[in-house]
Design a protein around this ligand. Structure first.
Ligand code: PEP
Ligand code: MG
Length: 325
């Protein structure tokens, strides 16, 4: 009989001087969530629900979705599971979605725009998430939000889904936390306005970088320009944490940057207290955080924000790591 790998109980992650940093996992389904739990994740910070919608002739139904969301949240018991609503668009063809071809799919009908264009699809997912939220620590998050109008329209649809469930006498968490990805430059520019309305932010550094630098993350000819360590991108993170911090809104980072052990002291120094990352990187990131004190991390962040290029930032971060080893 093959025994299951023993789960690593999530021990708290902290800086050398004792500041807690929560390490959550980015997952794409039940096996991933199990791996995350066994790797010591303290919950799910980003459930990419796209996995549900690919490779099938019709989109998943409400109860089918609710069951999988429940199963994933139950893997983490009383810890949080952040479910991101569907983030697809013209770059990922879906058999059940007839979309006209686009010249610039990443600037096209993607993420929250597509969901608001297809309220039937969106509301089915919101109802599924709400149903699964009953008695669980589930939160909901919208992708690619750029304007207050999009945020408010998405919230209004969530309210409509709640009203429907009320009418059907179905249980759900009325106080479900609702947040948004910060991954479009327009959202950074008005982060203070969003901060007055959201329960949390999660910074998606992958898209934030491609949109800040106008460099397609999937095009090898220009992807080297989409470097997440560009000081412009770091300043965007700083601007977002400042706006959120002013009103006490929590900010996580869920892009690939959060999986880079050399970069996490910088994120902690920018005021980030929650990272959602690839479960395979948890052990290394935890160890990296433990090596720095908060004042050291803040000094690293302050210096990095003043450097001239991504390369200079990368060299500087490497120096900081090796200075400690
Ligand atoms: C991101 O853009 O950084 C992100 C986490 O979302 P995705 O990679 O799924 O677009
Ligand atoms: Mg993204």
């Amino acid at each position: 009989q093959v025994s299951e790998p023993r789960a690593i109980a999530p021990s708290p992650t902290q800086t050398r001087d004792g500041r807690r940093v929560t390490l959550l996992a980015n997952v794409m389904g039940i096996p991933d969530a199990q791996l995350a739990r066994n790797s010591g994740a303290e919950g799910v910070g980003l459930l990419r629900t796209e996995f549900f919608y690919f490779d099938r002739p019709i989109p998943p139904g409400e109860e089918e979705q609710a069951q999988v969301y429940r199963a994933i949240a139950d893997i983490f018991k009383n810890r949080p599971t952040v479910i991101r609503t569907l983030d697809v668009g013209g770059d990922k063809p879906l058999p059940w979605l007839q979309l006209p071809p686009e010249n610039n799919p990443f600037l096209g009908l993607r993420g929250i725009r597509l969901l608001l264009d297809r309220p039937d699809l969106f509301k089915t997912q919101l109802r599924a998430i709400l149903k699964a939220s009953h008695g669980r620590q589930i939160k909901v998050m919208f992708p690619t939000v750029a304007t207050l109008a999009e945020w408010r329209a998405a919230k209004a649809l969530l309210d409509r889904a709640k009203a429907e469930l009320d009418g059907e006498d179905r249980a759900y968490n009325r106080a479900i936390a609702v947040g948004m990805m910060v991954e479009i430059p327009a959202a950074v520019a008005i982060a203070d306005r969003f901060a007055a309305e959201v329960d949390f932010f999660s910074i998606g550094t992958n898209d934030l970088t491609q949109y800040y630098l106008a460099a397609d993350r999937t095009n090898p000819q220009v992807s080297p320009f989409a470097n997440v360590l560009e000081p412009s991108v770091l300043r965007a993170i700083a601007q977002t944490t400042r706006a959120a911090g002013a009103v006490g809104v929590p900010v996580a980072v869920c892009g690939e940057l959060a999986s880079n052990p050399a970069a996490v002291p910088l994120l902690v120094g920018l005021g980030i207290a929650e990272l959602s990352l690839n479960p395979r990187a948890i052990a290394a990131v935890k160890a990296a955080i433990a090596r720095f004190s908060v004042p050291e991390a803040e000094a690293i962040a302050a210096t990095a924000l003043q450097l001239d290029s991504a390369e200079a930032v990368r060299n500087f971060l490497q120096q900081q790591c090796s200075a400690l080893s």
